[in-house]
Design a protein around this ligand. Structure first.
Ligand code: HEM
Length: 308
């Protein structure tokens, strides 16, 4: 067992990256389920139909799409378990804890996905399903950051406060986005309930929250540059770019009455923003490489560079 773990330890970094990519990827495939109206392609859960665990011909395209997305849970679980074992093998305590949280998040998402089906795609449950994915992506980023990012001390109080405020504002934007979706036309199935709010009004509130987020991010960028926090400046600059692109995309999809391709891109943008926000929050915390860790968790050559 130990030699297997030791061997896996070498793959800790690629497995951590695979965890992140897979959890962002399933947001896009989840978008495909909702935007093709396949949310009830498998009408029940955990079976696909009362008589079968798998989709069959009668369920058509919608069944195949929804069932395909269910199958991805197994891919995500396999990556998460391998990553956890690799972290154990590398004797990297913090990486082990983080990969365990990711690994537990995936079955939890499978259950919440099941509840969305059993509640006929209740928009509030669908929102919770999406937001939990954002939280898992953030933990994936924490793992990546743990393994490879510059060693740094704690940031001074002002950039730290701004970074946390940006994270909080980002969560408000993400939450309000799901409320807009719940009011909008892409329920995932023609029969599914909507939250009853006015789509135009909630879209405006969502957009205003984006302006607050952008303002906070600009303020953080200015302060980080003034104080000379190179790593935080770089991460914040990138996040600002994602916000601006995502904001333009949001307005364009709104003006064009929500074409499915743009809405899917908007969901991908939201997942990338969640990753970026986590990176910002982590960049103001102290970070030291785990000196006890072996192969995969080894302090990386560039990890010793102090960039803050
Ligand atoms: C940083 C910028 C933005 C972020 C992070 C963001 C995030 C989100 C999220 C997370 C969702 C819900 C996705 C889902 O539940 O499937 C959403 C939906 C939506 N957003 Fe944004 N958004 C941003 C900017 C904007 C802007 C400026 C507008 C312009 C009004 C906008 C319009 C919409 C609309 C109309 C929807 C509903 C789409 C649907 O019905 O499926 N977004 N957004």
């Amino acid at each position: 067992m130990r030699t297997l773990l030791d061997r896996l330890a070498r793959y800790l970094w690629p497995l951590a990256v695979a965890n992140l990519v897979a959890n962002i990827g399933i947001v896009v495939t989840g978008a495909a389920v909702r935007l093709t109206g396949s949310g009830l392609g498998c009408p029940t859960w955990p079976r696909c139909t009362d008589a079968s665990y798998v989709a069959h011909g009668e369920l058509g395209m919608h069944g195949a799409i929804e069932f395909g997305n269910r199958l991805l849970t197994f891919v995500l679980s396999a990556v998460a378990v391998l990553c956890f074992l690799a972290a154990l093998g590398a004797r990297h305590r913090r990486a082990t804890r983080l990969s365990l949280v990711i690994g537990l998040g995936i079955p939890l998402q499978a259950v919440i996905g099941g509840i969305t089906v059993l509640t006929d795609l209740n928009p509030w449950i669908v929102a919770g399903h999406f937001l939990l994915s954002m939280a898992i992506i953030m933990v994936c980023v924490a793992l990546v950051d743990e393994l490879r990012s510059p060693e740094r001390g704690p940031a001074p109080p002002l950039p730290r406060a701004l970074a946390w405020a940006t994270l909080l504002a980002g969560w408000v934007v993400l939450y309000l986005g799901t409320v807009v979706t719940g009011a909008g036309p892409h329920a995932g199935d023609t029969e599914s309930p909507r939250n009853g709010l006015d789509p135009a009004a909630v879209s405006q509130v969502h957009a205003v929250s984006v302006y607050v987020l952008v303002a906070l991010t600009v303020a953080l960028l200015v302060v980080a540059r003034r104080v000379g926090l190179g790593w935080l400046s770089r991460v914040t600059g990138l996040v600002l770019l994602i916000e601006l692109l995502q904001g333009v995309l949001g307005w364009v999809q709104y003006a064009l009455d929500l074409p499915v391709g743009l809405v899917a891109l908007h969901m991908l943008g939201a997942a990338l923003l969640a990753a970026g926000l986590a990176r910002i929050a982590l960049a103001v915390l102290p970070h030291r490489a785990d000196r006890e860790a072996s192969p995969g968790g080894e302090p990386q050559p560039h990890a010793a560079t102090r960039l803050t």
